[in-house]
Design a protein around this ligand. Structure first.
Ligand code: PPS
Length: 350
């Protein structure tokens, strides 16, 4: 057992708990799994190499961090925030680069160790971007971590880590946009993601996936803890809290709030254009596949059957996905965990 700079104990998963993960998450669980206690956040073992570096990551006053639990609307907000800050007139050539190149994923390196992923060739655009941004740096010290460090100001950076594992001065120094999404849509979306991406390669059933979710046994661990840590700080001036469902139903109003928070001073016309540019259909049509082909890192049969990363982009797609018993289970779990929160999630567009 080791301790981290954030004050967590790193506890490896063992025995049946690890074997269950290895059986179902065949893209990563064989790397070893660890819990960060207190909190029970769950990661693959390679995260431990980055945990302290991330906790001590030097944040800047011009940084904006997009922080979410997985599948809550991160990519959408990455594109909105980057565009508002760097491409207000939609004429910046940098926008042609995939969003994760412009808004790097701080802890993504832990996900690149899967044996199901081919090591990226030197001519892979991600590696070329790394060589350009971080000349002379060793990729084994973290491609995405070092790109996040080297990103020119003003930096916009993505993370799925809870606030307690991110730099403690982040909310004092930088701005954080936190996105939350209703848990019933989140688990449907994460189930798809985990089947789609070879780095996860989930081979179990949807029912079991929901069980992993309610047991806090999915990657990153407890959904509620992540949410609580941000929700409790929602009044702080450097934290802006958004619900995916509001962004969907009242996009322009949410962009106006972001405009004030980010101090981007965009006009209503600019915001209208950005709203359209970052809509689901527009982002899906621009979806750029970095690297040689999608099949290097995605399961193509899943794309054909159920869609790619830009799958549905709606509120309420969970309907019809749960058996009555499973729905009772997740509804009870939500009811229990929402007590005292003061959040009313929207589960449909109506
Ligand atoms: S990730 O991989 O955890 O960073 O995923 P994340 O980006 O958080 O969430 C992916 C879901 O967001 C949907 N999405 C969008 N919805 C509406 N508008 C836009 N522009 C948009 N872009 C992405 C994406 O389709 C995933 O949701 P589902 O329900 O699976 O479609």
């Amino acid at each position: 057992m080791t301790s981290t700079a954030s004050g967590h104990e790193v506890v490896p998963l063992e025995g049946d708990e690890l074997r269950r993960q290895e059986k179902d998450f065949t893209g990563y669980a064989d790397l070893g799994m660890v819990r960060f206690n207190p909190g029970r956040c769950l990661f693959m073992e390679p995260f431990t190499k980055f945990a302290d570096k991330i906790y001590k990551f030097p944040v800047k006053s011009s940084d904006v961090y997009v922080v979410t639990w997985p599948k809550c609307g991160t990519t959408w907000c990455q594109e909105i925030v980057w565009t508002m800050r760097n491409n207000p007139n939609l004429d910046n050539q940098m926008a042609k680069m995939p969003v994760n190149g412009r808004v790097p994923f701080l802890e993504f390196d832990m996900l690149l160790k899967s044996k199901l992923l081919k090591p990226p060739a030197p001519d892979n655009p991600m590696m070329q971007g790394f060589q350009k941004m971080c000349p002379g740096k060793d990729p084994s010290d973290g491609v995405f971590f070092q790109m996040s460090e080297a990103l020119p100001d003003p930096r916009t950076i993505k993370s799925h880590l809870p606030l307690s594992l991110l730099p403690p001065d982040m909310l004092k120094t930088s701005k954080v946009v936190y996105v939350a999404r209703n848990p019933k849509d989140v688990v449907v979306s994460f189930h798809h993601h985990s089947r789609l991406f070879k780095g996860h390669n989930y081979v179990g059933s949807f029912e079991d996936f929901v069980q992993y979710f309610v047991d806090d046994d999915l990657l990153y661990g407890p959904y509620w803890l992540h949410l609580k840590e941000a929700w409790e700080r929602r009044e702080e001036s450097n934290l802006h809290f958004i619900f995916y469902e509001d962004l969907k139903s009242n996009n322009i109003e949410e962009l106006k709030k972001l405009n004030r928070f980010l101090e981007t001073k965009l006009t209503d016309t600019q915001l209208e254009k950005i709203s359209n540019y970052t809509s689901f259909n527009e982002m899906k049509s621009r979806d750029l596949v970095p690297g040689d082909s999608a099949s290097d890192y995605m399961n193509v049969e899943v794309i054909h059957k159920d869609g790619g990363f830009f799958r549905k982009g709606t509120v309420g797609d969970w309907k019809g996905k749960y058996t009555p018993e499973l729905e009772v289970k997740i509804d009870n779990w939500i009811k229990k965990n929402l007590q005292g929160f003061g959040i009313n999630f929207k589960y449909s567009t109506a």
